[in-house]
Design a protein around this ligand. Sequence first.
Ligand code: AMP
Length: 280
Amino acid sequence: MKVIATKRELRAALDAERTAGRTVGFFPTMGSLHDGHAQGIARASSENDVGVTSIFVNPTQFGPNEDLASYPRTLDADLALSERSGASYVFTPTVEEMYTDDAFSIDVGPIGMVLCGVTRPWHFNGVATVVAKLWNIVGPCRSYFGEKDYQQLTVLKRLAAAFDVPVEVIGTPIVREPDGLAMSSRNAYLSGPERTAALCLKAALDAAADAVATGERAGNRVAAVMAETVQSEVLARLDYAACVDPVTLQPLERIEGDARLAVAAWVGAARLIDNSAVTA
Ligand code: AMP
């Protein structure tokens, strides 16, 4: 496994791989890697000849009062996990290496203003900007993103299509702790009681899925089941609970076919998100 910190070297290495006829799989991350990342890196590495991951805490996707400075950074362990998961290359640029001209950024429009975008209106523009840059550096590839960040995956699929980027965007399943909590680097912020309280997100999704399974079709009532489950947990503060169209992310009046359930809440210092698919 090669660790590369400059754009020029990574581009040259991956151009040489493709010239030799090898396909590239790419799984970008912000580090502090856990098993959710490991499975994404393993997928990108096993479905392609060459697996690439990046470790870059992207400042442009954080808001002014968010956890950029305190975001967990565990580079040595991350490199070991990347190697165990089959990566051939890890890209570890500095902020100065990545950003040379902050006059330009990508505006993803209305899809970045719903769900997480209501409280984090800058976030998806920052994600789109850094991922577009990474795609240009990595070059043609299959690019994998976790369904854990479902809105991110949706925005990036749209971005790749809208800008004719030569990548295939592929979603990977949510990896959970044995008790159901979705793995997240931000789970490290949780105290013991908060860790227990954080289970309310998955419980909310399960309660809503049960409601759909027993015949509820009204999107707002399904969302209310989720909201009530989170609100019954005193250590959690609800951000949103929504039942949306899986492509447009707009609220569904009625569930007829596929829908996505999505929930976000603050538990202590951590803002946690989770989602699941339902079909009626
Ligand atoms: P992050 O480091 O949080 O920016 O995440 C990097 C990639 O890992 C993104 O595509 C995430 O969606 C994905 N990811 C993070 N947590 C999980 C998880 N629990 N299950 C599946 N994918 C995940």
